[in-house]
Design a protein around this ligand. Structure first.
Ligand code: NAD
Length: 298
């Protein structure tokens, strides 16, 4: 019976399902020690699976990430030790695209400002005149699972969809128009939503030079990864009014405590993209299925 170490928080039901596949060690105090005899390590985003962490894990066969991004797993180190790495890529797609849409609408209608105002005993409607998303051009960076899912929803709400997403990519689906020139893409979008993984080509993609190419009064939504945005550049751009508003779910360092929090025109959520009951259920089901097949292979 394999020993399965679950390092991060996980729903009781999922832990019970995983328990049918082996002996579960849940959230051990000394993870490194527990890994010495473990066959499987399961993480979410909190635990960083570093080379050092798996160094002494002689029996480790599978590292499973309950979620999409594998940026907290040193995949090269796993490959070197012939450890299979699995994740649950499709389970949170809908939850993240719904959050991106919710953030976009909240930001354009000043929901976060209105909420704070009323809590502070004010009723100042004039300062809260918003913008509508219908008729606006939504620029999606990265037309993968989440980008395409958002495009479908936003298009149904009357938005025009363009995407910067170099090949390989799906053919245009009647909703999206690909714009391959990044400068032209930035110049056309009223709202930009980021849906790319962390790569050399995407790190700090939203920087001062690229923000300068965007429309005055552009809105930016980031539900991908904090690394994609130069937070200092975004701060300056929101402060100057070049960027009319931003909505952020992810940050370079989490929990985030930086100076963007000073700005009224930025709407924040604490990395809630996949945090729906439905997505957590799907993540659990996908994880158990992937784990079963990975264990069966060896
Ligand atoms: P995906 O792999 O399906 O799509 C990513 C897309 O980005 C692909 O189409 C790829 O071709 C494209 N791409 C790669 N490099 C690019 C570049 N330089 N410029 C433009 N496009 C590029 O991934 P996904 O499932 O849609 O996830 C997207 C992002 O969302 C990931 O960063 C993931 O970590 C993040 N995510 C966040 C949460 C959250 O809780 N906020 C939850 C799940 C996923």
């Amino acid at each position: 019976m394999p020993t399965i170490v679950i390092a991060d928080e996980m729903e009781k039901e999922v832990v019970a399902e995983i328990g049918k596949l082996g002996k579960v060690v849940f959230k051990p105090k000394d993870l490194k020690k527990e890994l010495v005899d473990a066959d499987v390590l399961i993480v979410r985003s909190a635990t960083k699976v570093t080379k050092d962490l798996i160094e002494g894990a002689g029996s480790l066969r599978v590292v499973a990430r309950a979620g999409v991004g594998l940026d907290n797993v040193d995949q090269a180190a796993c490959k070197e030790k012939r450890i299979t790495v699995i994740n649950t890529p499709g389970a949170s797609t809908n939850a993240v695209s719904e959050l991106a849409l919710a953030l976009m609408m909240a930001m354009l209608r000043n929901v976060q400002k209105a909420h704070h105002q009323m809590k502070g005993g004010k009723w100042e409607k004039k300062a809260l005149t918003g913008r509508e998303i219908a008729g606006k051009t939504l620029g999606i960076v990265g037309y993968g699972r989440i980008g395409a899912s958002l495009a479908k929803k936003a298009s149904a709400l009357g938005m025009k969809i363009i995407s910067y997403s170099p090949p390989p990519r799906p053919p245009e689906d009647g909703i999206v128009k690909y714009v391959d020139d990044l400068d032209a893409f930035f110049a056309q979008a009223d709202i930009i939503s980021l849906h790319v993984p962390v790569l050399d080509s995407t790190k700090n993609m939203i920087n001062a030079a690229n923000i300068a190419k965007m429309k005055d009064g552009v809105y930016i939504v980031n539900t991908s990864r904090g690394e994609i945005v130069d937070e200092d550049a975004l701060y300056e751009a929101v402060k100057s009014g070049k960027v009319a508003g931003a909505a952020l779910d992810v940050y370079k360092s989490e929990p985030y405590n930086g100076r963007l929090l000073e700005l009224e025109n930025v709407c924040f959520t604490p990395h809630l993209g996949a945090s729906t009951k439905e997505a957590q259920g799907r993540i659990g089901a996908e994880l158990v299925a992937a784990l079963k097949s990975a264990l069966a292979k060896k």
